[in-house]
Design a protein around this ligand. Structure first.
Ligand code: CAA
Length: 391
């Protein structure tokens, strides 16, 4: 543990979208056996952003309860991780900073490395708090995952934000040293600046992920990390929930253990409840897994959770976190279940209309229809500027 005080996640809050498309609806449209989605990839539905929602509105919705509970005075830094940025220059976190009325004496920055960015944000935050434990860092991971219509990746879309307050003597999870790291130059999934949908070599991306699992574990073990049997659960990046099972099976076999399916389900099964309903939320996905674990598991006090964060391209990191006594009093389980449960079911035609829409790039005024019932909305585009407002 860095220094003589613990550092970690003090509070965590999840937000997602107004709309949801079920995999039954998608399957009925494209003639796929719904079992492929439900059992094959482990997905039930995907969050779909309304016209007036995006990574900023989800991020502000996730972060607002943290600021309401703890105040914003100790937040000196906002790190916003995303791979579906709304601007090539301005950090999306500045819009969140403004919507939440945080003090001007704050540094705000955006991070990108595919789905890994949220973990980079968390680790950078740990470093900042180590330097000055009186400060807190607001780490936000927010993404809208979008693939081509009728592509294999389409069934793995989704959208969500997770906001985490990182500080000294955290109330939820202490983050430990060491980390195991891995980087490899692989084109498994990417999105050139001129595209709104991601490109992916689906099966190659699964192999790349599994290669990274081996890589991070090798580095973690060489740095005298914990042994596998010291962990009571594992939070993996979940592009689809079955990927967590695949990854853990691979890790067990790699380490010479029997890959018993019951054991795999015990290790990762409690982390998948939210991701199965929300879909891939890229940077937020692993932390949505943590939220599900904390919200659904029996008492985890003192237990150690393994985190495996993967971002295509590729960068991965493995680290441990230990659940803090009394954590249950600080959870937001009811709000998380409500955010997922209150989404409005849409039919295929509405989903397709949203998927195909893109803002005109003419710099004129383009107000956005009122659709979200969340606390913040994208009001429109004017002079090429995005305008956000409380609803
Ligand atoms: N009933 C039950 N199961 C069925 C079934 C049926 N009728 N039909 C197929 N299945 C099973 C298959 O056996 C397979 O399971 P296994 O992998 O355990 O064998 C599973 O359903 C998927 O079937 P396919 O492999 O045939 O599916 P696909 O070729 O259409 O594509 C995919 C699957 C590659 C994951 C695709 O959805 C995709 O490209 N997704 C986007 C990329 C992605 O998520 N990659 C993950 C690693 S990269 C990463 O993690 C970063 C990131 O966030 C993108």
């Amino acid at each position: 543990m860095p220094g003589d005080f613990a550092i970690g996640i003090h509070d965590l809050s999840v937000a997602t979208t107004q709309y949801v498309l079920t995999h039954d609806t998608l399957a009925a449209h494209n003639g796929t056996d719904a079992a492929k989605y439900h059992r094959g990839i482990g997905q039930r539905s995907m969050s779909v952003a309304a016209a007036d929602e995006d990574i900023v509105t989800m991020a502000a919705t996730a972060a607002a309860p943290l600021v309401a509970r703890h105040g914003g005075d100790r937040i000196r830094t906002i790190v916003f991780a995303t791979e579906t940025s709304v601007d090539q220059a301005k950090a999306a976190g500045i819009h969140v900073h403004s919507l939440l009325g945080l003090p001007s004496a704050t540094r705000v920055v955006e991070l990108k490395q595919a789905c890994y960015g949220g973990t980079a944000g968390l680790q950078f935050a740990v470093g900042l708090v180590h330097r000055d434990p009186s400060q807190q860092v607001l780490v936000i991971a927010s993404d809208v995952s979008k693939y081509e219509l009728d592509s294999p990746g389409e069934a793995t879309q989704g959208a969500a934000a997770v906001a985490m307050l990182v500080g000294a003597e955290p109330a939820l999870v202490r983050i430990e040293d060491p980390s195991g790291m891995f980087t490899a130059d692989i084109m498994d999934f990417w999105r050139p600046n001129y595209r709104t949908t991601a490109l992916v070599d689906g099966h190659e991306s699964i192999s790349a992920y599994l290669q990274a699992v081996e890589g991070v574990w090798k580095d973690y073990a060489e740095r005298d990390g914990r042994t596998l049997d010291e962990f009571s659960a594992f939070c993996y990046h979940q592009p689809f929930t079955k990927m967590a099972h695949k990854a853990h099976r691979h890790l067990l076999r790699h380490c010479g253990y029997d890959a018993d399916e019951g054991e795999i389900a015990r290790a990762v099964g409690r982390t998948t409840a939210y991701n199965a309903e929300v879909g891939n939320s890229y940077t937020a996905s692993m932390y949505l897994g943590l939220a599900a674990l904390l919200d659904h598991a029996d008492d985890l006090t003192g237990q150690t959770v393994g985190f495996l964060s993967y971002g295509s391209g590729s960068v991965a990191e493995f680290f441990a976190g230990t659940v803090v006594p009394g954590y249950r009093a600080h959870l937001r389980s009811a709000a998380h279940r409500d955010a997922i449960g209150r989404r409005q079911d849409i039919d295929y035609a509405k989903y397709r209309e949203i998927h195909e829409y893109s803002f005109p790039a003419d710099g004129k005024d383009h107000p956005v229809p009122r659709e979200t019932t969340g606390p913040y909305r994208l009001a429109g585009l004017s002079g090429h500027k995005r305008i956000y407002e409380p609803r």
